[in-house]
Ligand binder design. Structure first.
Ligand SMILES: O=C(O)CCC(=O)C(=O)O
Length: 291
């Protein structure tokens, strides 16, 4: 039987049941209510002003970042920059997650980015991808994300899927491999540009044995930035909210502000919309939406 650290190294992810207590969940629920309402208001105001999101974020570089669903410019798909915006998240939640990650890795980690996927009914399918593709413009080459579920995540409402053991499935694949603190990790070929930017190529995804990772409210799933993952649409009539806090090793430096400075200034850069069901790049033209 593998211990948590061994299992995390082997699979690239681990589910920690009820790793957060009811106070933590209340903090996140309050932040979620406030930030979601603010996100909706931002989309409304930007639309009323006839501005593009790119124009808006160029001028408002400390604002919460909100990204609409691919098929509805008024519907919030995700919002980002949670710790930049919410003191409660920054002071109460981040230190707890840092402890969980340190217990697993014996190393100190600092926050790199944070977001909440609203996953409203009918929305939010994320194609198979590796997060590393979205982060490689910054120095850290290894990250650990804590996914926290504010609603139970089920197969019906679009839980995450991870591989049973992708290192084994893809052991013969001829691809770039990166040495990380969890060992060698493959970088998988993915689509470049357009609406499928960052999606793992179908032929590779087909070789992976995927497994659903359902979760209860308060569970935390830790996964590294090479672990392939995806999720289906939310086919229920309730939200499936999840917050994702991504960390990098402290020894690599602190990039949180630099990451969000770039994201505010380059809102439409496909790098920031890897395998997401969000309105961006060529989709804007196809749907007649403004970016
Ligand atoms: O929220 C989900 O269902 C998937 C999230 C994800 O894979 C991502 O944001 O990179």
């Amino acid at each position: 039987m593998l211990n948590d650290a061994q299992s995390f190294t082997q699979k690239g992810y681990i589910a920690l049941q009820q790793a957060l207590n009811s106070d933590d969940i209340e903090t996140l629920e309050n932040a979620s209510d406030e930030l979601y309402a603010h996100s909706e208001q931002l989309l409304k105001t930007i639309a009323e002003n006839g501005e593009t999101l790119t124009e808006f974020y160029n001028k408002n570089i400390h604002e919460l970042i909100v990204v609409p669903e691919i098929d509805n410019a008024n519907k919030v798909c995700r919002y980002e920059y949670l710790s930049g915006y919410s003191e409660a998240v920054r002071t109460k939640i981040i230190p707890k997650l840092q402890i969980l990650i340190e217990q697993l890795t014996q190393q100190k980690f600092v926050l790199f980015k944070d977001k909440c996927n609203a996953k409203n009914p009918g929305g939010g399918a994320f194609a198979p991808h590796q997060d590393i593709i979205a982060y490689d413009q910054f120095k850290p080459a290894y990250h650990i994300t804590a996914a926290i579920f504010l609603d139970d995540a089920t197969i019906e409402n679009g839980c995450l899927f991870f591989p049973e053991n992708y290192l084994e499935d893809l052991k013969d694949l001829n691809t770039k491999r990166v040495s990380t603190l969890s060992g060698n990790r493959p970088v998988l070929d993915s689509d470049e540009g357009g609406r499928t930017h960052g999606n793992i190529c179908q032929a590779i995804s087909d070789q992976i044995r995927w497994t659903p990772v359902t979760a209860k409210k308060g569970d935390v799933v830790l996964f590294d930035s090479y672990a392939p993952h995806h999720s289906e649409k939310n086919n229920s009539n309730m939200t499936r909210r999840a917050m994702f806090f991504t960390f990098n090793a402290e020894s690599d430096g602190d990039f949180y502000q630099a990451y969000y400075d770039m994201k505010h200034r380059e809102f439409d850069n496909p790098k920031f919309h890897i395998a997401t069901p969000t309105a961006h790049s060529d989709v804007f033209q196809e749907n007649g939406l403004k970016s």
